[in-house]
Design a protein around this ligand. Sequence first.
Ligand SMILES: C[S@@+](CC[C@H](N)C(=O)[O-])C[C@H]1O[C@@H](n2cnc3c(N)ncnc32)[C@H](O)[C@@H]1O
Length: 242
Amino acid sequence: MFTSQGPTLRELAAQALSSIEDGYDLLAPKFDHTPFRTPDRMLRAVGDTLRDLGPFDAGLDVCCGTGAGVGALLPLCRERVTGVDFSTGMLAEARASVTGRVGGPAVEWVRADARDLPFSGAFDLAVSFGAFGHFLPAERPRLFAEVGRALRPGGVFAFPIGAPQPLTSPLYWALLGFDGVMRARNLLWRPPFVMYYRTFPLRDVREDLVRAGFTVRLRPLEEFGRRADGSPHWCLVEARKT
Ligand SMILES: C[S@@+](CC[C@H](N)C(=O)[O-])C[C@H]1O[C@@H](n2cnc3c(N)ncnc32)[C@H](O)[C@@H]1O
């Protein structure tokens, strides 16, 4: 799971005992060597699906980390691409990853909390990868409202979502166990580190998006195949600001 270039167990423990923001500051230099960075395969599948909905002028990657989603937005946006994250360390790595780039849309990095975005009607596309586990369900309405405010009317908020694991899958139990450990950690230790895998079910997410003023459509990411019942393993949520 972790390569020799990734964080040591000690470094991961130090991260997990910090706040989310400080934890990512610590992890930042090695983040791209962890399984937490969104894999290129997913970025490509999402980019290919979004291409059919474009072209776009201005794109926003919410909780951009070291810039995985920004890289996916570059070929889709004509004018500018913005990455927003609250970790200074992650933004420093992201900035370094595009240094020396020639041509294409302008790239900017903004340090802000996704629950309080400093944008209004500035983008026609927003994406987010691998970060929703950091938000409690009660925070979702505010997060979606902030992304909605950042978008122009008709703008699209898009993100991949995986099908729930069946009870028979070892992954189901692994994620349940992980969430249990994090809940225990957060009961016993301050500051909290909110990171849960099972708090983002499609039905609730869809309801919150609709309440925040989006119309929602699902696009299967065929690249990841289908389950025995024919449903896709992964979908792209296309939430359009009405
Ligand atoms: C698992 S990383 C994902 C990074 C990147 N999107 C990717 O897929 O590789 C989660 C990121 O979300 C950021 N994050 C978590 N909560 C945030 C918040 N409330 N506001 C802004 N960024 C946040 C963290 O700093 C971290 O960079």
